[in-house]
Design a protein around this ligand. Structure first.
Ligand code: AMP
Length: 205
């Protein structure tokens, strides 16, 4: 199964991806994670990507497309994959169409007020788990024991710029995939499990 998770920053794409990758047994490909890994390892791509990410801007298409293109050539993607955070622009979607055919695009739809609350209190773990300061007071992840951190781009000022980039550049993908008959909406205002159940029932159809 070839799947795309679409949605604004904070919609819950990462949380759903962690659950879906196990259930569907396909690799989870997150361009955000790929950039953060490059930043951690101090690579040229990482240094370049960070200069955009820290400002709440999208990393230019050319670099992002190359990363996904080479990842999709890995043997573990032959049986399918789940893209989280890619594509984020029409040129990225067009490039992806040239590489492969996608089966489902799940758009996780969340109200702006919920998104703002989630992102401003978000605590992340390297294993992909996500917590919120209002409901979690530990400094370690309860899934893997890793130390929790606030992402550099989860500062309030940067969050607003990321949401703007989403509106301008990523949201048009909803119509792009709707016109191809591939778009399915899941409401993401509620709990992770509620959203997960909706996605599973979409995929069963
Ligand atoms: P994420 O972890 O998906 O929220 O991504 C974090 C940041 O990485 C984004 O705000 C962008 O700066 C960058 N990024 C991730 N995926 C893409 C993409 N497909 N295109 C451009 N920039 C991206």
């Amino acid at each position: 199964m070839k799947l795309i998770l679409l949605g604004a920053p904070g919609a819950g794409k990462g949380s759903q991806a962690v659950k879906l990758t196990t259930t569907l047994n396909v690799p989870h490909i997150s361009t955000g994670d790929a950039f953060r890994m490059n930043i951690k390892n101090g690579t040229e791509i990482g240094i370049y990507a960070k200069s955009f990410m820290d400002k709440g801007l999208l990393v230019p298409d050319e670099v992002t497309i190359k990363i996904v293109e080479s990842r999709l050539q890995q043997p573990d993607c032959e049986k399918g994959f789940m893209l989280d955070g890619f594509p984020r622009s029409i040129p990225q979607a067009e490039a992806l169409d040239k590489i492969t055919d996608i089966d489902f695009v799940i758009n996780i739809d969340v109200d702006l007020a919920v998104i703002l609350k989630r992102l401003t209190g978000r605590l992340s773990c390297g294993c992909g788990a996500i917590f919120h300061k209002s409901t979690y007071s530990e400094s370690a992840c309860d899934k893997c024991g890793g130390t929790l951190f606030t992402r550099d781009d989860d500062k309030e000022e940067t969050i607003l710029k990321r949401l703007d980039a989403y509106k301008q550049t990523t949201e048009p993908l909803i119509d792009y995939y709707k016109s191809k008959g591939k778009l399915f909406n899941a409401r993401g205002n509620g709990s992770i499990d509620e959203c997960f159940e909706q996605i599973l029932s979409i995929l069963k159809k």
